[in-house]
Design a protein around this ligand. Sequence first.
Ligand SMILES: [Zn+2]
Length: 290
Amino acid sequence: MIDLSNSNIYQQTISEPIIVKGIGLHSGVNTIMKLLPADIDYGIKFIRKDINDYNIVDALWSNVTNTKLSTTISNKFGISISTIEHLMSALSGLHIDNLKIEIDGPEVPIMDGSSKEFVDLIDKIPIKSLNKKRKIIKIKKELKIIDNESSVQLKPNEQFAIDFEIDFPSQVISKQSCQLQLINGNYKTDIASARTFGFEKDVDMLRSNGLALGGSLQNAVVVGDHKILNKEGLRFKDEFVRHKILDSIGDLYLAGAPIQGYFYGNKSGHRLNNLLLKSLFSDYNNFEYI
Ligand SMILES: [Zn+2]
């Protein structure tokens, strides 16, 4: 994803280490994560510090191994890191190209369920510009993945634009749509604070399957039959669809570079986002690096 209004065309990293602590949404495991500056063309890599060997996992679409409720990446030795999408979304939104992420457990902390805390922590320190231009993936052909009622699409476009629609069988959410262009840093104001969500009726089933073990009203919007259970209410009237955009921006950053084009998602999620990138990279005529 790219905010084309940003005049900085050089690669960026952070200027000093950032330490983040928190619980994993699904594993319920508490981890400490260190975000560390990285050099030109390093990309985004996770390093599992609780494992001694073969512990580096590149944040790339080709390493995605699980997309059930969150995005998990693994290296060829089976070492994995899960729920990476909100951190990846923040890195995309803030134009961080190179970053080393050390973590002492299997899952990125969920924080408040959005990418706001990652954005705030990175925003507190200066961003460091590196002496090489960013590579950008320019979409040249229209691509579409359809799965029953869900679909995702990428199209050539001079701006980066995103368009998302959801329709849940819940009177609290029902139909929502949101269109926006990433310009003038609006990721921070319009997307970053939209939280993940789940349904009260699913909690027991998820927990008995070893999922959502770290979930609470502190890190997710919980949707009941007639209202949300969070006393503080919603952060946006359409927070649900905004969170789907947040997720998609994170998943698409696994392309390894920002994408210039138009993205449309309809009732889609992590799995279709990954299939879209697989389709994109299956044919060199689909895109060019600029
Ligand atoms: Zn999410």
